[in-house]
Design a binder for this molecule. Structure first.
Ligand code: ATP
Ligand code: MG
Length: 477
């Protein structure tokens, strides 16, 4: 394995090396930067460790760069950061850490480069490269991290139980790296996680969610979720998902294991979309199946309304995970609520009305919904998968035809709430919504044309039925 620095990285590393020399301290490139360079992965930050003050070194480096960049530093942690347009430099002084049980904040002392490598989470993250002129480029690899990198292995440098107990976030990081890099977690390292899974409770939800999102955004997220489940970490922070696991059997009727089904849907979708929120929708699409599961005599298992209950759960799950509660949450909610609709269309004679409704309800998110639906087709029965996929294609074709003809997307009903209110001289109230819905339904169902006159007549008729009178009439009287 060799390292090919880009010209830009070379230049920056030389600036760091010269700055360190002028301060008479030793500096190294370390951590994620070295790992990712060796793996030929993209990296956006350069981790630097020096035997001395990381903050002083950062300041010195900043003086050499034109125009002089800002140095952000954290005295308490002894770390500093220089953010350049294309790349970030992270500085830290080599340190020795010892931990108390109730916190992931260690007691920190100055240390040697060996001390600093000892405190790092995994052997593949503990590789350092000399930057001093005489030894520039030499690898310092006390834990055979290079071999683990070659063999695709995640392993803690020291006793994994102590490493994880000191900072339980590392358990999630182990699984996150295993997923991102498609590496195996070495057996002792993995086995140390389950007994300590409850220690995750001292970690802030933001950090947990951060790692989880990185797992979700990996090429094959199921790897991470299976590891989280097997190590019983998922049980600590995502019990709803754990409940999807397992199969109930009654009178010889079973159903699919919704945990593995959900993961298959997530993997399928991830092949087609990098959208974090659509991936979250895949994770949550069947989340309320256990809560709605019923056994019907002679028929088997049903999950009626799981999409409605699931959509209702989305805000509370998002809030607990400290995920945004804005339109991203609403999007996930909408996907969960609608996820059965396109597939259910394939089971009956598809009417134009049903097609217009799905276009109207999904609106700008129709493509996303169809991606989710396609990903949701999982079965061991190849013929079944093929049939469902073909049916879905048919629905897609119909959607195209109906949309070209009727222009339902971004469609505004021809009668506004304002017009309804002024016509009947009423304030915003329930009848306004009832009349608006009646017009919308009539148009989507093809009972009246999508035009002003027909809608106006229907408005008058509905208003009469509701006992409203028009303002015209009242001014005449
Ligand atoms: P990424 O940048 O993809 O998140 P990374 O390994 O670079 O991965 P950073 O959080 O940037 O992770 O940390 C840089 C380095 O600091 C790591 O490679 C590792 O050596 C060390 N490190 C980070 N977090 C921890 C931790 N919780 N425990 C021990 N060492 C850590
Ligand atoms: Mg990093």
């Amino acid at each position: 394995m060799t390292i090919d620095f880009t010209k830009r990285e070379q230049d920056l590393l030389h600036i760091v090396a010269q700055s360190a020399e002028s301060l008479h301290i030793e500096a190294f490139a370390v951590g994620g930067f070295v790992r990712d360079k060796l793996l030929k992965r993209n990296c956006k930050d350069i981790d630097i460790v020096c035997v001395g003050s990381g903050i002083e070194l950062a300041k010195k480096v900043a003086e050499t760069i034109q125009p002089k960049p800002h140095v952000a530093y954290f005295k308490n942690f002894g770390t500093a950061q220089i953010r350049l347009d294309d790349i970030e430099l992270e500085f830290v002084g080599a340190r020795k850490e010892s931990y108390r049980r109730d916190s992931r904040k260690p007691i920190v002392e100055d240390g040697t480069i060996e001390d600093d490598q000892n405190r790092r989470d995994f052997t593949i993250n503990a590789l350092a490269i000399h930057l001093s002129a005489k030894k520039f480029g030499t690898l310092v690899d006390p834990f055979n991290g290079l071999d683990d990198l070659k063999n695709g292995i995640i392993r803690t440098p020291l006793n994994p139980s102590i490493t994880f107990d000191d900072d339980p976030l590392r358990m999630l990081r182990a699984i996150r790296f295993a997923t991102q890099l498609n590496f195996k977690i070495e057996t002792n390292t993995f086995n140390a996680i389950e007994p300590l899974s409850n220690r995750l409770k001292i970690i802030s939800q933001e950090r947990i969610t951060d790692e989880l999102n990185k797992i979700i955004l990996s090429k094959k997220p199921s790897i991470g979720f299976k590891l989280l489940f097997n190590a019983k970490l998922l049980h600590v922070f995502f019990p709803e998902m754990v409940k999807l696991h397992g199969v109930a059997v009654q009178d010889n009727y079973g159903h699919k294991d919704n945990f593995y089904h959900t993961l298959k849907v997530l993997d399928n979708l991830s092949e087609k979309s990098n959208d974090l929120w659509l991936r979250w929708a895949a994770i949550l699409h069947d989340i309320a199946k256990p809560a709605t599961q019923r056994f019907e005599e002679g028929h088997g298992w049903t999950f009626h309304g799981h999409e409605v209950v699931g959509a209702r759960w989305v805000p509370k799950i998002f809030s607990r995970f400290k995920l945004p509660l804005d339109d991203k949450m609403k999007f996930v909610q909408k996907m969960v609520a609608l996820h059965l609709r396109p597939i259910s269309l394939t089971k009956e004679n598809i009417t134009d009305s049903a097609i217009r409704r799905i276009i109207f309800d999904a609106d700008d998110d129709l493509e996303s919904l169809l991606l989710l639906c396609e990903a949701d087709i999982t079965s061991k029965n190849e013929a079944k998968v093929k049939r469902y996929k073909e049916n879905l294609k048919l629905v897609l074709q119909r959607i195209k035809e109906v949309e070209e003809r009727d222009h339902i997307r971004n469609w505004q009903p021809p009668i506004s709430g304002d017009l309804i209110m002024s016509t009947f001289n009423i304030t915003p109230s329930k009848p306004v919504g009832i009349i608006k819905d009646a017009i919308k339904d009539a148009i989507l169902d093809g009972q009246i044309k999508n035009e002003f006159d027909a809608a106006y007549q229907l408005m008058l008729k509905k208003g009469m039925e509701l006992g409203l009178s028009t303002t015209n009439k009242s001014t005449h009287e």
